[in-house]
Design a protein around this ligand. Structure first.
Ligand SMILES: [Fe+2]
Length: 242
């Protein structure tokens, strides 16, 4: 039997990613390895080493293609503040790795047919879709898979659509469901386990200072990470982010 670790939306937060201590036979990464945090290198190298399958998120794409973040507030401003740090830090091979990640992957692990995409099959990197069963049914029409693993919303989600289950593990490096702990999923023996782990948020914030990010962006990150992105303290969606 395979034990699968599913992670998404790491967002250059190495303190959060390194806090996940699980044994696994296979690892699925549903996109957004980078942006928002300031430690992309260990995050990318971890994915390169451990991922059985990984797909490209909208932020991986924007960093790899050197797309300047649009000006704005909230998440968009935070991406604008942290993206240039990535361009300073990343080596060509790491930029190439992000650029070459497929936007959609279908694999079979432990007898399960799994589709991996960051957003939805209709718009693999960018579509932001929460718990809307009929919309998901529509997006999965014609696909013969047992599991669809997604990211993008930073909210854990489990949708049972009969033949297919849609799983979003939530975000490792920037949770937005009001729980500040790093989120991930373990799939084993046909059981889907949503897990959380406390990590060193102080270190993530300290690393923002080290990398010369503006004070407002550090304060915004601090508020976001400490609150787990609770809507009362931080408004906006991933859809605003680029
Ligand atoms: Fe994300």
């Amino acid at each position: 039997m395979s034990r699968i670790l599913l992670v998404a939306d790491i967002h250059s937060n190495w303190s959060a990613l390194s806090a996940i201590q699980e044994d696994f036979d296979a690892c699925i990464v549903a996109g957004d390895i980078v942006d928002y945090g300031t430690n992309p290198i260990p995050c990318i190298e971890w994915v390169r080493k451990n991922a059985t399958v990984a797909v490209r998120g909208n932020h991986d794409h924007a960093v790899a293609q050197r797309v300047a973040a649009r000006s704005g507030a909230g998440f968009r401003a935070l991406a604008a503040a942290t993206r240039p740090v990535h361009w300073d830090l990343l080596r060509p091979s790491q930029m190439k790795y992000l650029a070459r990640l497929p936007v959609m992957q279908q694999v079979e692990i432990g007898g399960l047919k799994i589709l991996v995409v960051h957003g939805t099959p209709r718009d693999p990197m960018d579509e932001y879709l929460r718990e809307d069963k009929s919309a998901w049914r529509n997006r999965l029409e014609g696909l013969d898979v047992d599991l669809v693993c997604v990211g993008h919303t930073h909210h854990p989600m489990y949708l049972d659509l009969g033949d297919t289950q849609v799983i979003n593990p939530g975000s490792v490096g920037q949770p937005r469901d009001g729980d500040a702990r790093a989120a991930y999923v373990i799939i084993e023996n046909n059981e889907v386990m949503f897990k959380r782990v406390t990590y060193n948020i102080e270190e993530s914030i300290k690393n923002m200072r080290v990398n010369g990010i503006d004070r407002w962006a550090i304060e915004l990150t601090e508020q976001l990470l400490r609150s787990g992105g609770h809507p009362d303290s931080f408004r906006g969606t991933e859809a605003d982010a680029q």
